[in-house]
Design a protein around this ligand. Sequence first.
Ligand code: SF4
Ligand code: SF4
Length: 424
Amino acid sequence: MGVALAAENFPPPEFTTGYQFPKATEPGPRDASLSLVDAAVLLTALSLAAYFALRRRSRRELAILSVFCLLYLGFYRHGCVCAVGSFQNVALAVADPGYVLPVVVGAFFVLPLLFALFFGRVFCSAVCPLGQAQEVVLLRAVKVPRWVDQALGVLPFLYLGVAVLYAALGSAFVVCRYDPFVLFFRLGGNLEMLIFGVAVLLLATVVGRPYCRFLCPYGALLRLIAPFARWRVRTTPTECVNCHLCADACPYGAIQPPNVTDARIGRLEGRSRLAWLVAAFPLILAAGGFLGWQSAPVLAKLDPTISLANRVWLEEHGRVKGKTEASEAFATQGTPSADLYREAAKIRKRFDGGSLLLGVWVGLVIVLRMISLSVRRRREAYQVDPGACVACGRCFSACPVGRSVIAEAEGASISALTPGEEGR
Ligand code: SF4
Ligand code: SF4
């Protein structure tokens, strides 16, 4: 979205070599009233997803809604505007007072988070086109070992930190640039992204939603908020008989087994690990900050101004032959290279501070993840992990208790069911 909005900020340079501009793959800016239609569609889809997942407990209705959202938000809107990338616009608006956050982008950022606060991840269940693209290709999910799931589960939080850094410094919207599905929605893109997209989709045929679980930075935000939801997906409306059928049905490893037998031993081990972690907490943050600061030169290379300045310097000193499209465009503008170097030095300085903060964030994510692994909560029955559950509805029909309650409820009052678990 940000890319589309920034597209006409600068007039395109006039080339003397007969260079033809490539066809743009990002959708252009959209009329304000049509943008409001997009926001209305989002709001309606979120409301329906919450209703279908929590009230109706209907996988079929969620599937129909997900096809509509995939077609509208994915193929018709070309994946833009998109909640997954919207936090980058928000980060830029916070860091740069000169950037005005478009209302529709703000709505796409806030609404799914707001719904997650009340109903869990209903945005992921049937609304997000990226999630649905993976959902429809899933053939047979292999169970990812829990330790792999938990280790890779930190990646979305790290990606979130990196994306906020680049967006806040005005360098790039990396989540949009490296979106593996947008190329299918727009029917165009480069070869690298095609390979990436096909690889993710192939993986998604046997691993449930790999992008959602191990990469999506917006999913990381939803994962943080969803556990606070009062109405969210639960395994069974009444008493769990520990038959394991719901856990077998969940392709995302979001249902945790009872742990009463090993909880006591785990708690003792966890307590001593927790004590170590708390003691090492400031040290890990400081080490993260230092390493982040050290990596600033590498991180800064992705900034287009710094990258252009490096290229122009190499060309001016005869270290490389020929010109790139960017360096030719710069030469055509006639701006002195000293100005470019000065601007690049300014941005580079901002990267020092930003990379330091990113390093602290990485340290914080690692410590908090280790703390969460050290804290054992007692579970006497199978329980849905609200952060990991994407409310897909695959487990609804698996629970024998749930099925019998639903059968009874069809003839009884809906209020006989517990909050958040009513339905068919
Ligand atoms: S985790 Fe991310 S990509 Fe997946 S459905 Fe949720 S918001 Fe979309
Ligand atoms: S709704 Fe989907 S993600 Fe959530 S526990 Fe059930 S099967 Fe797993």
